[in-house]
Design a protein around this ligand. Sequence first.
Ligand code: NAD
Length: 502
Amino acid sequence: MYHITNLNKNLWKICYNFASKSKHMTRITVAKGDGIGPEIMDATLAIIKAAGAKIEIDEIEVGEKVYLSGNTSGISNESWDIIRRNKIFLKAPITTPQGGGYKSLNVTTRKFLGLYANIRPCVSLHPFVDTKHPNMDLVIIRENEEDLYAGIEHQQTDEVVQCLKLISRPGCEKIVRYAFEYAKQYGRKKVTCFTKDNIMKQTDGLFHQVFDEIAKEYPDIENEHWIIDIGAAKLADTPEAFDVIVMPNLYGDVMSDVAAQIAGSVGLAGSANIGEQCAMFEAIHGSAPRRAGQNMANPSGLLQGAIQMLTHIGQADIAEKVQNAWLKTIEDGIHTYDIFKEGTSTKKVGTKEFAQAVIENLGQKPSTLNAVRYATDVQLQLPKYVRKAPSAKNLVGVDLFVHWGGSDPNDLAGKVKKINNAGASLTMITNRGIKVYPDGFPETFCTDHWRCRFKPVEGKHIDKSHIVKLLIEAENNGVDVIKTENLYEFDGKPAFSLGQGQ
Ligand code: NAD
């Protein structure tokens, strides 16, 4: 079980606390990564060590060199052993080589280690860092393991490729509960949910439904739901209207970069990836290869990740000292190129000089920005997910997806109807989701990827043997089935989408 400590008014940092470890050296795993990674990691480690961080480091190599040596996962088995043993991982950004075959190490790490919650605070540092949103102070809590990031993709026909979007009830429950518990512990007033459930009624619909269910358990915290498109517009325009925002993986990935950028710079934000056993801390930006090796990059994002790590391992006092020194340095106008502005900034510095300035400010506090105070007495505890009793599941049809190069859906219907058998018959054909048979519009553009829906004939039931029979008949009649999806009712409710226009 991990814990989260209470936080100061400004809620600048997330504080996770392994209180039992606080007095001891903690062994952590460090990866310096690619591009600007080694420079910002050296700067970050120099600062936290100067502040007295009680850490011992095991360094591992991950990223570009490992990928290019022929390891498509970007990490060796020995490195996994070290990460799993130490449980705490501070990682600089890495470069994923262009081209197919290389799996994103960031996504793999989050999923292998069960790091289901990604927490990204985005707070403006007005008037010291230029922003159009001086009152912005929000936290994005992003589901970190599923959604389109399951990475299950297939080419199915000449013209169509598919990416599977997987949303699970445990995934939704864990992240939504995390968001409400976070809000409760940190005195946040409102949790907002972003989804696109007006279109994706099953997947985003489940996320929204779970949000509504869990929100009821927190009557003191305001809750609201926004469709992601207008929510994103509102966030970009009026971020001060939001407090904690929880969302599925892809939206969270995009929106947290937008939020960090409009708060000041992507170079300023860090993130915590938290699981039940392990945690990984990083900057939110990438390896910025064009800036590498020039002593230009802003180390602040990774430093913010490292501060989150320090609070997580029970060194909140060190985290507080570093954060206040960092705020003072920003307030002094000592800025790297990405946030430097004539008139506001006083000195443009490189990565090393910025780190040195923070080190010189250790022990000092900002005077205009809110100094932080990290307490360790309030702890957040999250229940383990408990699987619900299974629903009554009833097979009510099957979609056969067919690769066919013709253009008139009526011709396809004629061909496919030959495989109707006593159990099931063709009821509808869609192309990219829109109904094209029966009664399609000639204006509808069609690709070579068709969904043919089979339902039992009146008064009959369908079982899996009918599906097998359909597939054999399809093969015998030259119908190229590229995949099937069973149609189910759960507890009597249809659990599949209708054809658009149906
Ligand atoms: P990026 O975040 O690396 O850089 C985009 C631009 O933002 C840079 O050109 C630079 O102008 C600016 N920037 C980013 N970080 C900065 C910093 N610390 N200081 C100053 N300026 C900074 O995004 P990208 O160019 O799309 O990606 C480059 C590589 O990073 C890709 O290979 C990508 O896969 C990888 N990446 C890694 C991670 C990660 O390891 N967590 C995250 C995102 C991208």
